[in-house]
Design a protein around this ligand. Structure first.
Ligand code: SME
Length: 159
């Protein structure tokens, strides 16, 4: 196993995601532990794109509870329907927020966050976690990020 994720230079976002997915497949293929795989997935995304914050919230006792992440300390529990994360969980859809100040109920864990994407993680048709990514720039995320991040969360097995 490679001990490092190699970002592609001078390439499109799609090419970077495609390369990242190939590397993630080999990184987590032989590991069944959920937390280990979430931790390396968050680290790999952060390493390639240098987003402000990358991490998982895991559904536990009908709340989202902070899981493995890369970035500054964050709020630990989010209720269903609250903030971007709780809304993505409730709706079962990826949410792209180009400007967090315009999202009613946005939970500001960091004042540096300007835009955000939240991708639900499914197991047997239920949302069991969300992948949350924050950027310190406006409108960082688009449908390309959604498409590839939805593929990335499918690599994580809940057993
Ligand atoms: N902004 C998120 C809260 C989590 S932090 O960004 C890490 C939200 O509104 O749900």
């Amino acid at each position: 196993m490679s001990d490092n994720i190699i970002p592609l230079e001078n390439s499109t976002k799609s090419e970077q995601y495609t390369s990242l997915i190939q590397q993630l497949k080999s990184l987590i293929a032989d590991e069944s532990d959920l937390i280990a795989n979430m931790a390396n997935t968050a680290a790999a995304i952060k390493q390639v794109f240098d987003f402000l914050w990358v991490g998982f919230y895991i559904v536990k006792q009908n709340q989202l509870v902070l899981g493995p992440f890369q970035g500054s300390v964050a709020c630990t529990r989010i209720a269903l329907g609250r903030g971007v994360c709780g809304t993505a969980w409730q709706q079962g859809n990826t949410l792209i927020v180009p400007d967090v100040d315009l999202f009613k109920g946005h939970i500001a864990c960091s004042s540096l966050s300007r835009s955000e994407i939240v991708v639900p993680v499914f197991h047997e048709d239920n949302v069991v976690a969300v992948l949350d990514i924050d950027s310190n720039h406006i409108a960082t995320f688009d449908e390309v990020d959604a498409l590839f991040l939805e593929q990335i969360v499918q690599l994580i097995r809940f057993v």
